[in-house]
Design a protein around this ligand. Structure first.
Ligand code: PMP
Length: 443
């Protein structure tokens, strides 16, 4: 595949944009380096790059593009909104409509606030949880990504109840010491951490279904236990549903029927106090939102003492795109179709890998799945790290050469969109068959 123009643009980008990319996940550093592909156009399930090559897109912009690119209903809503002005700095009626839609779909939200990104949504939930509890510490889970704000870019120390160490330069140790990181799916570790720090913990934050070290389900009883333990220590529960909301059904993970609960249907036992949202709810435009229990959200300015604001927040274009996206997702059969496409593809990949003697664990949840080059299950971050990154890099490049676009990281999911067809998944499986054959040959 000829990518001369992409390579040229990358050289230019390196001169002007740090690392040549505007988000590190877009670089090919994790898959052996070199120029990323510069895309020029996207429609439905496809990308076209600047050299005219076509790709089937499973990146879906890291999640938001669940309807495929340039979905007519969303595009029309954005165009209509833009024609009436993109930013007012005043309240608008559409914001109320959208807040109502979110509340209807996610019952734990009594009140919401719109922001501009998942990072902001998470950051704001932490501020509010601290304001409400008067406590400083946050407990999070290893490998869960919650955006790039200081507090949540902190990794585990050397034991389950040790204080965090910064994951990035520029985060003071004093801040990192407010964060405790424990392994996902490990209630004993959470219990141990809370036994030590429970009295100082404002909130336990979790991706209720993980999307950031592969797609990983909570084990039966994990979320109930997490909520029970947090509450026993007077800490709030924050769900980061930036990836998961509207991903698996018309609602969020906290009401997803596929969630393995201790008590089937025991939804009350897994309701969070606060939820962070983003990605899909913006229909492809920048957005975030957070919300939760009334008395907690009433801590936020102008009602309460916790300050949080935004010039761009609730802008008419993002809100209109979000409403249009959710309207389209309400079409009957949408999620069943995403799931059946993903199941056929995930099962086909597993079978093809087996045929070629390649160890592959596929974690599929609804219309999304992750592929881990290993022969063990992936239920936590340690297991996700202990997979063959070089094999993934080989697979990623062999697929790219055949016009299949995946995220350039062994931890990221494949996302199906309503624009994908059976022909697309069949073509993808044929490409994977050839990729695995080549990988087996190379050894
Ligand atoms: N939370 C989760 C679970 C995420 O996956 C992400 C982004 N991948 C974020 C927060 C941050 O969202 P944003 O990139 O919109 O700031």
């Amino acid at each position: 595949m000829n990518r001369t123009r992409s390579n040229e643009l990358y050289e230019q980008a390196l001169q002007h944009i740090v690392g040549g990319v505007n988000s590190p996940s877009r670089s090919f550093k994790a898959v052996g380096g070199g120029a990323p592909v510069f895309m020029q156009k996207a429609n439905g399930a496809y990308f076209w790059d600047v050299d005219g090559n076509r790709y089937i897109d499973y990146l879906a912009a890291y999640g938001p593009i669940i309807l495929g690119h340039a979905h007519p209903h969303v595009t029309e809503a954005i165009t209509r909104a833009a024609a009436n002005g993109t930013l007012y700095g005043t309240p608008t009626e559409l914001e109320i409509d959208f807040a109502r839609m979110l509340k209807e779909a996610i019952p734990s939200l009594d009140k919401v606030r719109f922001v501009n990104s998942g990072t902001e949504a998470v950051m704001s939930t932490i501020r509010v949880a601290r304001a409400y509890t008067g406590r400083a510490k946050i407990i999070k889970f290893a490998g869960c990504y919650h955006g790039h704000s200081d507090l949540v870019l902190v990794a585990a120390g050397s034991g389950p109840s040790t204080l965090g160490i910064p994951d990035s330069a520029g985060i003071p140790l004093s801040l990192a010491s407010e964060v405790i990181t424990v392994p996902f799916n490990d209630l004993a570790a959470l219990e141990e951490a809370l036994a030590v720090w429970g009295g100082e913990t404002a909130a336990v934050m979790v991706e209720p279904i993980v999307g950031n070290f592969g797609m990983v389900m909570p084990k039966p009883g994990f979320l109930e236990g997490l909520c029970r333990l947090a509450r026993a220590h007077g800490a709030l529960v924050i769900y980061d549903e930036v990836i998961t909301a509207f991903r698996f059904h018309y609602g969020s993970a906290q009401t997803y029927a596929g969630l393995p609960l201790e008590t089937p249907g025991g939804w009350d036992a897994v309701q969070p106090d606060l939820t962070a949202l983003g990605k899909i709810i913006g229909g492809g435009l920048p957005i975030g939102a957070y919300g939760g229990r009334r008395e907690i959200m009433e801590q936020v300015a102008p009602l309460g003492p916790a300050y949080q604001a935004g010039t761009m927040a609730g802008n008419p274009a993002s809100i209109a795109a979000g409403i249009a996206c959710l309207q389209a997702l309400r079409e009957p059969g949408t999620y069943a179709r995403l799931e059946s496409l993903a199941a056929a593809l995930a099962d086909g990949l597993s079978a093809a890998a087996r045929r070629h003697g390649i160890a592959l664990t596929v974690n599929r949840i609804g219309g999304a799945f992750s592929t881990h080059f290993c022969d063990h299950p992936v239920t936590n971050y340690d297991e996700a790290q202990d997979t063959d990154g070089e094999r993934f890099a080989q697979f990623f490049r062999l697929m790219l050469e055949q016009g299949v676009c995946l995220a350039p990281s062994k931890y990221e999911a494949w996302f199906l969109t309503t624009a994908h067809t059976e022909d697309d998944t069949a073509a993808t499986l044929a490409a994977a068959e050839r990729a695995f054959a080549e990988m087996a040959k190379r050894g």
